[in-house]
Design a protein around this ligand. Structure first.
Ligand code: DGY
Length: 325
């Protein structure tokens, strides 16, 4: 019996390909040149499975060209690159990679928070540029993370992993989430639910950790930034588009807030050039989950989801359980 066919749109690890090859005929873009929508359409036509990443747009037009497609396995926890409703309507399962990246992504949010509070990228440039002439009492003053108030908007698994780390810094943790956590979980995390406006008004650090959707588009714009303390720092390590980048740049220029640490941007990788002119931002290129162990685990999780679906099983990380295959 011939094996099902899978298209892997971006470079993955050798062990991922080996695992897939044991179950499927694999068409893998190991050259890692981004495939155009046309190229994906052409190569996906004869396939039953797609393993893709957040840089691939999987929309109604694409899946309409692929009558045999059974599963779209995203190598990411977020899946705003996929038209899930269109997949569901065609009986295509959509899967993601939750869990395996929580701690690495939480670590990166903390990296940005600490780096922004202590102005790490500014001081590193200062040293590299040969400008350091000696120690001074009032040099490069930052702000304390310890004992400050941490506000987390979006208290899913990653938000909770961020909150857990705050205990070691003796922080007060407040959070806002559509659905309030169970009381015992709130107690374990030492986190207090507040309204979004209360969070914005009270937090010294605001970390965004909700998925991107129509509802969360520009969740943080000029109005919300104006509600924050002028000493506050904003961290976005979730998705570009959750923040109105132009409004954030204006707020950082005007001193409406103190600083921002950003791993994600609207229209990335083409970020708004306004960010580059600002000293009070720490920038990283969407690397929240990018440790070797985590990226390997994400690729294997996506592969396992695809293989399970092709074997007629319910994949472990099904995003659209309402699908009728
Ligand atoms: C995700 O999993 O959604 C991340 O953004 C990928 O790095």
């Amino acid at each position: 019996m011939s094996k099902p066919r899978i298209l892997v749109t971006r470079e993955v690890f050798d062990e991922t390909i080996a695992f897939l090859a044991a179950h499927c005929d694999v068409d893998a873009n190991q050259a890692d040149v981004t495939l155009t929508a046309d190229a994906i359409g052409r190569r996906l036509k004869p396939a039953q499975a797609l393993m893709c990443s957040l840089t691939d747009k999987v929309d109604a037009d694409l899946i309409a060209q692929c009558p045999d497609l059974k599963v779209v396995a995203n190598i990411a926890v977020g899946y705003n690159n996929i038209d899930v409703a269109a997949c569901t309507a065609r009986g295509i399962m959509v899967t993601n990679t939750p869990g395996v990246l929580d701690d690495s992504t939480a670590d990166l949010a903390w990296t940005l928070m600490l780096a922004t509070a202590r102005r790490l990228t500014e001081v590193e440039s200062y040293i590299r540029d040969g400008e350091w002439t000696g120690w001074r009492l009032k040099q490069w003053l930052g702000v304390d993370v310890h004992h400050a108030t941490l506000g987390i908007i979006g208290m899913g698994r990653i938000g909770q992993a961020i909150a857990k780390r705050a205990g070691g810094f003796d922080m007060r943790v407040i959070y806002h989430n559509r659905k309030r956590l169970a009381v015992d979980l709130e107690q374990r995390l030492n986190a207090t639910w507040v309204t979004q406006d209360e969070l914005l008004a009270q937090a010294d650090f605001v970390i965004l950790q909700m998925p991107y959707s129509k509802e969360t588009h520009h969740l943080i714009g000029a109005y919300e930034l104006a509600k924050m303390k002028s000493t506050a720092i904003l961290i976005n390590s979730t998705r570009g588009g959750v923040v109105d980048d132009a409004a954030l740049i204006a707020a950082l220029q005007a001193g409406t807030i103190r600083a921002a640490g950003l791993d994600v941007f609207e229209n990335e990788p083409k970020l708004n050039p306004g960010f580059l002119a600002l000293k009070n931002v720490v920038l990283s290129p969407h690397i929240g989950s990018s440790t070797e162990a985590t990226r390997r685990a994400m690729a294997m999780t996506a592969a396992a989801n695809a293989v399970a679906t092709l074997a007629g099983q319910r994949p472990p990380n099904l995003v659209n359980p309402e699908v009728k295959a």
